[in-house]
Design a protein around this ligand. Structure first.
Ligand code: CUA
Length: 162
């Protein structure tokens, strides 16, 4: 009698485990990250997205934005402002849909907008992209979560959702 109970318990646990696994895979599947697009790592600017004028934030439609970023040791290039200074903060209205497109001009870097689901690797020769809706207001720090050298911890920029 006891054996039967344990058998049922065991099978029940197994089913629960598989369900959790399946759900995890589904959850990941709903946040796709494409590594399919290749670019010339020695001539990033040949790709439209990474031409100097197209870096950083671009509004493409009502509540639709694209953010193009070139990571490098130890910087996130988000273009320059009207004064020619490097942009270190981008401002996006709450609820907007944003497509992040990231590549790197040297080694592998991370691109994690801390506190959001935006978490990618920037790999030489590839464009990593992820579309998301900025649901929470606040200032979110972009951090590099792949060790890339001495200045790894200094790679920094912010996304302000207002
Ligand atoms: Cu770039 Cu760590």
């Amino acid at each position: 009698k006891f054996e039967k109970i344990w058998l049922i318990f065991g099978i029940g646990s197994l089913i629960a485990f598989l369900l959790i696994l399946g759900y995890g895979a589904f959850w990941k599947g709903t946040h796709p990250q494409s590594h399919g697009v290749t670019i010339d790592p020695n001539n990033i600017e040949a790709h439209e997205a990474f031409q100097p004028d197209n870096l950083g934030l671009t509004k493409v439609d009502d509540d639709k934005y694209i953010v193009n970023i070139v990571a490098s040791a130890f910087n996130y290039n988000l273009g320059t402002d009207d004064n020619g200074s490097p942009v270190k903060n981008i401002r996006i209205p709450k609820g907007a849909t944003v497509l992040f497109q990231v590549t790197t001009s040297d080694v592998v870097h991370g691109f994690n907008v801390a506190g959001t689901n935006v978490n990618m690797m920037a790999e030489p020769g590839y464009i990593s992209s992820l579309e998301t809706v900025m649901k929470k207001a606040g200032t979110f720090t972009i951090v590099c979560n792949e060790y890339c050298g001495m200045g790894h911890h200094m790679m920094y920029a912010t996304v302000e959702v207002y």
